[in-house]
Design a protein around this ligand. Structure first.
Ligand code: BES
Ligand code: MN
Ligand code: ZN
Length: 498
């Protein structure tokens, strides 16, 4: 993570400078005039030559303009009235991308508020992420060099206090991106559970369940998926008690109902006996992204000491073919008691979620449950890589999720639930089967999950198209996106903190 500090608006004497410039304010923005006169007019000449007007997302890079500066990077913010938290983040990300050859830089935030200056810092940090643990031969000069950013702000104390919770959220995003990026031979269910356990240092309570405990509980669906793997499955239950009512005084007045997040954590999905084709199978290392989001979210909430009671549960398994693997045709008994005819072992995520969701409501009686899963290829066919699809049995929760998506840029589009889809799950031999025909199969997968929800307020996010990105965006380098961490962090801060 970049080292972020805030300072009073003074003209830097050396190094790199970023000028954030609103559209049409190329002459008047914070610092522009001062830098321009210090460099003998180099800034204005460059803006004119590059036709830089401050359009959102545009940049103008000026190398060695004089006055001891190595580089000036101007980033357009768009029209002043249209600047949002998102615009500020994107500008920070764009600036960071242009600064990778520098070791440090100063950002003149164009007269933005302290909150917006903190958002700029967040965008820069998010963009500067890189997973390079396994690049052992990369030359030092080829690595990005940027380590420190100083953001100029009108009131240092205000900017710092706006930055503190954002930094915790970035930490959660990075944890999630790390988990999703790790190769599947390293990030086994047991290894991922260990990394969850380490979050106790943030004040989270972390319980880890192994195969013995889950067999005893009767997790026949999750254990069926795990049956083919040499790696033991885990379920991790993370709790954070941050609501003001959950102090010792509040506890006397009775049990508080937490909110709950549940993640699919298939650390590698070969498909099992219903094995997937070889081409692109390596992508299935990120089939634990739902769980990765839940873990990152819990770290973010604990890191910023969110005033909420929340539980995060992840079901961690590897889906492998072997002599001990579940077969197509097997019938498994889920923790809920409902039996499932497994007609395709590649429809495994719903089996994992069935047991963990049912356990979650039995044990915690949460206000609501939200599950996240890279559940279906059909979801990618439906919405591509721009929106995650979501399903909910509650319009109020659905509306809150939609709004949080809009505000964070982690967009959602609601999909239907209906009896006519549920009916397709009918089995000839058990209470239900785990697949339907291809038509509407992201929806029938959601219907399957709903059978383990028992009337609780619930939403299901199918993030199959969003967990991994093959292209860079302003604040997300290609690769693991941590989609959902910021979305759900916003949902919590907007509606569920006391
Ligand atoms: N993990 C996959 C879904 C997936 C596919 C996520 C591609 C991301 C990218 C899931 O377990 C799966 O295999 N789903 C099957 C379901 C089918 C067998 C009913 C699918 O979508 O093809
Ligand atoms: Mn699968
Ligand atoms: Zn899967």
């Amino acid at each position: 993570m970049l080292d972020i500090s805030f300072a009073k608006s003074v003209l830097p004497q050396s190094g790199a400078v970023v000028l954030l410039v609103a559209e049409g304010e190329t002459a008047t923005a914070d610092m522009v005039a001062a830098l321009d006169s210090a460099t003998g007019g180099a800034i204005a000449r460059a803006f004119a030559a590059a036709e830089f007007t401050g359009k959102a997302g545009s940049t103008c890079v000026i190398l060695a303009p004089g006055a001891g500066l190595s580089r000036v990077v101007a980033v357009g913010l768009g029209t002043h009235d249209a600047i949002t938290h998102r615009t500020a983040e994107a500008a920070g990300g764009t600036a960071a991308a242009a600064l990778m050859r520098e070791t440090q830089a100063t950002i003149a935030a164009g007269g933005l508020s302290c909150e917006m200056a903190a958002a700029v810092a967040m965008g820069a940090c998010l963009k500067a992420y890189r997973f390079d643990r396994y690049r052992t031969t990369e030359k030092a000069e080829d690595k990005p060099r940027l380590t420190r950013l100083t953001v100029l702000a009108a009131d240092i104390a205000v900017a710092k206090s706006a930055w503190a919770p954002l930094k915790a959220t970035v930490d959660g995003v990075f944890l999630s991106r790390d988990l999703v990026s790790e190769p599947p031979n390293v990030l086994t269910p047991a290894e991922m559970a260990d990394r969850c356990k380490a979050l106790e240092s943030l004040g989270l309570k972390v319980e880890v369940f192994g195969p013995k405990e889950m067999t005893k509980l009767g997790f026949g669906a999750l254990m069926g998926v795990a049956a083919g793997s040499a790696c033991e499955p885990r379920m991790v239950v993370m709790s954070w008690h941050g609501a003001s009512g959950s102090t010792s005084k509040g506890k006397k007045s009775g049990k508080t109902q937490p909110i709950a997040f549940v993640g699919k954590g298939v650390t590698f999905d070969t498909g099992g006996i219903s094995i997937k084709p070889a081409g692109g199978m390596e992508d299935m290392k990120w089939d634990m992204a739902g769980a990765g989001t839940v873990v990152g979210l819990m770290a973010a909430l604990a890191g910023r000491k969110a005033k909420v009671d929340v539980v995060g549960l992840v079901g961690l398994v590897e889906n492998m073919p072997s002599g001990t693997a579940m077969r197509p045709g097997d019938v498994v008994t889920s923790y809920s008691g409902q039996t499932i005819e497994v007609l395709n072992t590649d429809a495994e995520g719903r089996l994992v979620l069935a047991d963990v969701l049912y356990y979650c409501q039995q044990r915690f009686d949460p206000k609501f449950m939200i599950d996240l899963a890279t559940l279906t290829g059909a979801m990618i066919v439906t919405l591509g890589h721009e929106y995650a699809g979501y399903f909910s049995n509650n319009d109020a929760l659905a509306a809150q999720l939609y709004a949080a998506g809009d505000e964070t840029g982690e967009k959602l589009w609601r999909m239907p639930l209906a009896d006519v889809y549920d009916k397709q799950l009918k089995s000839e031999i058990a209470d239900m089967k785990n697949i339907t025909g291809r038509p509407g199969s992201a929806i029938t997968a959601a219907q399957f999950i709903q059978r383990f929800v028992n009337g609780k307020t619930w939403a299901h996010l199918d993030i199959a198209g969003m967990a991994w990105s093959s292209k860079d965006t302003a604040t997300i380098p290609k690769g693991a996106t941590a989609y959902g961490v910021r979305l759900l962090d916003r949902l919590v801060s907007a509606h569920y903190e006391s």
